[in-house]
Design a protein around this ligand. Structure first.
Ligand SMILES: O=C(O)[C@H](O)COP(=O)(O)O
Ligand SMILES: [Mn+2]
Ligand SMILES: [Mn+2]
Length: 558
């Protein structure tokens, strides 16, 4: 077999010119669904997006954004930002964390990993702490994986286990945390019957405790640290089911935002603070919302908040969360090796890139886009700008978020003539969609559309090209439905609001005054998905995509 030497240099596209400015816009959580009153894209005034859809059928289409198209275990798995932006940026489909963890647990290989052996060293004398999101959402973690890990760890020598739960209600229905807590309690009771001292030790809602991302608000991580490590929290309960039920009674408190609590014994003492000699595993496989906590557990020098105590522990992540920082050092399952991403190719092929979003999505168009790698490939060729997000609020309060600021930043970057790729994420449809506030989500969709308009106007002025797409669905369907698509009602006859992502496809539109005539979507890639976008964009930059990238969505007809 002959080998050709690897080169970062890409061949020129035979028909498309180099040097065009491309605006690459990802509308977070913006899928395509049938029109009804729970489809906020439909309800909102969205003239710009409507014009793209209704204007040029050969330059607007739908692409797949969930399930196997983005490396998830099954077609029942909704898409999410991590796998979506990984696919968009890398141009290929990688088996993702959810799937890799499934395999490692099923084969037992997880227990042979260096990471597991490292935490196992603490099992004789210390406690094993498992910290993570308690739901079957499959976006950051999965309950069945936690269950297997609990069983496997006890079979591999863990004698004392403490679980620190984060309630969800964002990737799953609000209120479902009670059921997940009951299931977990039941599993831990079974372990206790088998002589393992296993209990829930602390908890809190994922958006208020521990799972912040991109350093938006370290207070969130601190609340988790205080409850999990120090055993201190404003609420104390004897068991997790009671905790979740009682805290949900607080007005305006949902699963996502439960305040931190600790479980105490009959004398009021926390049952599971983390102390010297313990092992800690963060069992989420998804990276973004574990990086900050991983730093708190791992870094000796740390100044983001006062940890009060920094116990000598053995810490491992379910996966390694940041490939560049090698964080954490120990992990139970190797993450997908997402290399040779489109961003890295571009810097070797003379394409200057500008990437921007607000804090809550900033890492999506940088870190996720580049294969879960922080930092620049080449700072002389790239500029990443983060617009600070509002913190300490739920985004239904300010549903316009920073869409306008992001669009203006993109506009200025396009008009500056300094960049050939201007890449942004507009977060509103997703971030407001997750609150379950339908009225606010309609406002979010309108704001998104206005942002797109600003960017398209700049593209026209710069004689550039636009590629408008999304990473997965969310705001286009805000109600839980039965198999026939009919909204499901709860016992009181109210609709069940869907705070999570969806299984819907997402739109992709191309155009702009700089788009050469004759460029259109091919008809022979009907199953195209997010991973086909990278080759498409490379073509629009006048480059052929690497041979192993998923095929381009476009052709040029004479
Ligand atoms: O982390 C979150 O906010 C949700 O679990 C998933 O949303 P995202 O994948 O759009 O970030
Ligand atoms: Mn997203
Ligand atoms: Mn989301």
């Amino acid at each position: 077999m002959g080998t050709t030497e690897f080169s970062w240099k890409l061949a020129d596209h035979p028909k498309l010119p180099k040097g065009k400015t491309i605006a690459l816009v990802v509308l977070d959580g913006w899928g395509e669904a049938d029109a009804d009153q729970y489809n906020c894209v439909h309800v909102a005034e969205t003239p710009t997006m409507d014009a793209l859809k209704n204007g040029a059928p050969e330059r607007w289409r739908l692409i797949r954004a969930h399930g196997t198209a983005v490396g998830l275990p099954s077609e029942d798995d909704m898409g999410n930002s991590e796998v979506g932006h990984n696919a968009l940026g890398a141009g290929r489909i990688f088996a993702q964390g959810a799937k890799l963890v499934d395999h490692a647990l099923a084969s037992g290989k997880i227990y042979e990993s260096e990471g597991f052996k490292y935490i196992q060293e603490c099992f004789d004398e210390g406690t094993l702490h498992l910290v993570g999101l308690l739901s079957d959402g499959g976006v950051h973690s999965r309950l069945d994986q936690l269950q297997l890990l609990l069983k496997g760890a006890s079979e591999h020598g863990a004698k004392r286990i403490r679980v620190h739960v984060l309630t969800d209600g964002r990737d799953v229905l609000d209120g479902s945390s009670v059921g997940f807590a009951e299931t977990l309690e039941n599993d831990l009771a079974n372990l206790r019957e088998n002589g393992i001292d296993a209990q829930v030790a602390s908890g809190g809602g994922r958006m208020y405790v521990t799972m912040d991302r991109y350093e938006n608000d370290w207070e969130v991580v601190k609340r988790g640290w205080d409850a999990q490590v120090l055993g201190e929290a404003p609420y104390k309960f004897r068991n997790v089911v009671e905790a979740v039920k009682k805290l949900r009674e607080i007005p305006n408190i949902s699963d996502q935002y439960l305040p931190p609590f600790v479980i105490v014994d009959e004398s009021g003492k926390a049952v599971g603070p983390v102390v010297d000699g313990d092992a800690v595993v963060t069992f989420n496989f998804r990276a973004d919302r574990m990086v900050m906590t991983a730093k708190a557990f791992e870094y000796k020098d740390f100044d983001k908040f006062d940890r009060v105590r920094f116990p000598k522990i053995h810490y491992a992540g379910m996966l390694q969360y940041d490939g560049e920082l090698k964080l954490p050092h120990y992990y139970l399952v190797s993450p997908p090796e997402i290399e040779r991403t489109s961003g890295e190719y571009l810097v070797y092929n003379g394409v200057r890139t500008f990437a921007c979003s607000e804090t809550v999505k900033f890492g999506h168009v940088t870190f996720f886009w580049n294969g879960n790698r922080s930092g620049y490939f080449d700072s002389s060729m790239e500029e990443y700008v983060e617009i600070p997000s509002d913190s300490g609020i739920t985004f239904n309060v300010k549903p316009k978020m920073k869409a306008l600021e992001i669009a203006e930043m993109a506009r200025d970057a396009i008009l500056s003539g300094k960049y050939q790729q201007v890449r942004v994420n507009v977060p509103n449809g997703d971030m407001v969609g997750h609150t379950g506030d339908i009225e606010a989500t309609v406002v979010a969709c309108k704001a998104t559309d206005e942002a797109v308009k600003i960017i398209l106007d700049a593209v026209e002025r710069a004689n550039g090209i636009y590629v408008i797409t999304a990473d997965h669905g969310n705001c286009e369907d805000m109600v839980k439905r039965d198999k026939k698509g009919k909204p499901l009602l709860d016992k009181e006859g109210n609709i069940q609001v869907l705070t999570s992502h969806t299984l819907q496809p997402v739109p992709i539109a191309i155009g702009g005054s700089g788009l050469p005539a004759g460029v259109r979507f091919r008809a022979d890639v009907p199953d195209g998905g997010l991973a086909n976008v990278a080759a498409t964009v490379m073509n629009l930059h006048g480059l052929e995509a690497p041979a192993d990238y998923e095929q381009t969505l476009i052709e040029v007809v004479d």
